[in-house]
Design a protein around this ligand. Structure first.
Ligand code: DC
Length: 224
């Protein structure tokens, strides 16, 4: 399989979803938000079972394998289906982000999810966004970015998206950052190969042109 994959990793609410989706559009490539897979399972647990199962690896493995969930690629967001219903709108809320973070600590769950995430690379160009994209899901990807922003800017952005108080978000974010950076399997971290981008001082358009520039250097985009 050819290796037209760009990975964009980064902290929660760093803007990585928006940026990666727009970069994919500019390149004419497909885009996937890899967190959607964990959110689908989080949604299943919270709505069809009960929260304590977020800590039960055997139960979660079963849920992942039962495949009562599905992920479809899109340009604006990665669609999350649970039991045949599009639940994306709810599943991108903070509650499911926290559930996803909690259940994503289990190594066997991650192993199975990674297998599903890799299927999204259909060889036609893919921008993949999420925690362990560059290290684990697509380690051979030729271009990797790590996107971050100050905690204040991140809390403000997420609060604006959800229409809630930034203080509330800031606490949840701290917990999520801690969980994501301290878990034993595939913790959130910058890799040496990643280009670090701090988004506070750039507009989205500025970032897209910068990243597009890197892509032009790294890939032969002329024949696409
Ligand atoms: O990017 P997101 O907010 O949709 O991700 C939700 C959670 O899923 C995140 O807190 C940790 C987990 N996740 C992960 O472990 N690995 C990924 N590649 C993507 C997300």
């Amino acid at each position: 399989m050819n290796n037209l994959v760009i990975c964009i990793d980064g902290t929660a609410a760093s803007g990585k979803s928006t940026i990666s989706a727009k970069l994919a559009q500019k390149l004419g490539w497909q885009w996937v938000s890899t967190g959607a897979f964990y959110r689908a399972i989080g949604y299943l647990v919270l709505n069809h079972h009960s929260p304590e199962y977020l800590d039960d690896e055997a139960f979660l493995v079963n849920l992942v394998q039962e495949k009562n969930w599905d992920i479809q690629l899109g340009e604006i967001y990665t669609t999350i289906f649970v039991q045949g219903q599009d639940v994306s709108q709810a599943a991108y809320g903070e509650e499911y982000g926290s559930a996803a973070s909690r259940l994503s600590r289990h190594p066997v769950v991650r192993k199975l999810i990674v297998e599903e995430q890799r299927k999204m690379n259909r060889g036609q160009g893919l921008v993949a966004e999420g925690r362990d994209c560059g290290d684990v899901i697509f380690p051979k990807s030729a271009l990797k970015f790590f996107v971050t922003a100050s905690p204040e800017v991140r809390a403000q952005r997420r609060a604006q998206q959800l229409g809630v108080d930034p203080k509330l978000i800031s606490e949840e974010q701290k917990i999520r950052d801690y969980q994501d950076t301290h878990r034993k399997t595939a913790p959130l971290k910058t890799s040496e190969e990643s280009i670090l981008i701090e988004t506070d001082q750039f507009s989205i358009d500025e970032m897209i042109s910068m990243m597009f520039g890197y892509a032009q250097n790294r890939f032969d985009l002329s024949g696409e």
